[in-house]
Design a protein around this ligand. Structure first.
Ligand SMILES: [Zn+2]
Length: 321
């Protein structure tokens, strides 16, 4: 009897120990899991004040760990979420976006992404970048990206006097742009319009003469308002043409003509874009020029037309990357 009792007692002790080990393990595992969770970025960003959805976007969009660590050191700012979700967000500009956002609190996410992508955080001509001519008809020339003084396209052709003013040889464009122009000219003609080219290829030296002349009269800031500095004119690419009509070559009134309206709505079908639109002056750095068209090819021109963006924005996202 005594042996059985002792055995029973021992069984209880063993069971008790098992129960204790079990409870300790459960608590331990829980504590460990809690500890592990506190080490996750999800927890850290929630603690920083981002909501669950924002945390999801942060973690889905940011791949590099050092960027997450960087953000954890910054104050919580939901605009970062909007930036990450912007259509033209470029990961290479991540730190620049954040820095620019913090210094320009009045700008929204779209403006932040756009301005950084196309260098609008710098003043015009403040930063000098070389135009990448290897991308051919997609090359960007503006107040940041400039052509060297010896850049000259090797496939310039003379514009027929049927479509341009001046002596033969005074108007030249690159062959690819000329062929596209002829198609466009015919389509316009079929609609009852007679287009005429007023200005086309200009060499670096030509542009220098134009700019220096304005500078003499109105000083540098005055000249900058009217003309591009040498190397910064799209006309040096041989892909830009100033198009007017046979009956109107007036820069002040051409915009209101039927020809200007036809061009604005149809040029993209032939690979041309209205390069300096009325509502994009702050982005392009150029006043509205209803006559200045730039050849970029049908695909790019169509995208730019349909999405209502500038060539600067397109270039930053799709060409330069
Ligand atoms: Zn022009």
């Amino acid at each position: 009897m005594a042996t059985r009792k002792r055995l029973k007692k021992q069984v209880y002790i063993v069971l008790g120990i098992i129960v204790i080990i079990f409870i300790v393990s459960i608590v331990g595992i829980n504590k460990y899991q809690e500890y592990k969770y506190h080490q996750t970025y999800e927890y850290k960003f929630l603690e920083q004040g981002y909501n669950a959805n924002e945390v999801k976007i942060l973690l889905n969009n940011i791949e590099e760990e050092k960027k997450l660590i960087f953000l954890l050191k910054e104050e919580k700012n939901s605009k970062i979420i909007n930036i990450l979700e912007e259509k033209y967000y470029l990961d290479k500009n991540f730190y620049n976006y954040i820095d620019y956002m913090q210094n320009n609190t009045e700008l929204d996410a779209k403006e932040i992404v756009r301005n950084i992508n196309i260098h609008l955080n710098y003043d015009f001509y403040e930063t000098k970048l070389n135009t990448d001519t290897s991308v051919d008809t997609s090359m960007l020339v503006n107040k940041y990206y400039t052509l060297s003084n010896d850049y000259e396209p090797d496939d310039l052709v003379n514009v027929s006097q049927n479509y341009a003013w001046g002596d033969i040889g005074s108007q030249k464009v690159r062959e690819v742009a000329y062929n596209a122009f002829l198609d466009m000219w015919n389509a316009a003609h079929d609609s009852g319009y007679y287009l005429m080219i007023n200005s086309s290829y200009r060499s670096y030296a030509d542009q220098e003469a134009v700019y220096e002349n304005y500078k003499k009269i109105s000083g540098e800031s005055g000249a900058d308002k009217i003309a591009a500095r040498p190397g910064s004119s799209e006309h040096q690419t041989g892909l830009a043409i100033d198009i007017f009509s046979k009956t109107n070559t007036n820069k002040n009134t051409f915009a209101d003509t039927e020809e200007a309206k036809w061009l604005a709505n149809n040029a993209y079908k032939y690979g041309f874009i209205l390069r300096y639109p009325e509502d994009k002056v702050d982005i392009t750095g150029y006043s509205y020029e209803a006559w200045h068209y730039r050849y970029v090819g049908v695909d790019i021109a169509t995208y730019i037309y349909k999405n209502d963006i500038t060539f600067e924005e397109y270039y930053a996202y799709y060409i330069e990357k």
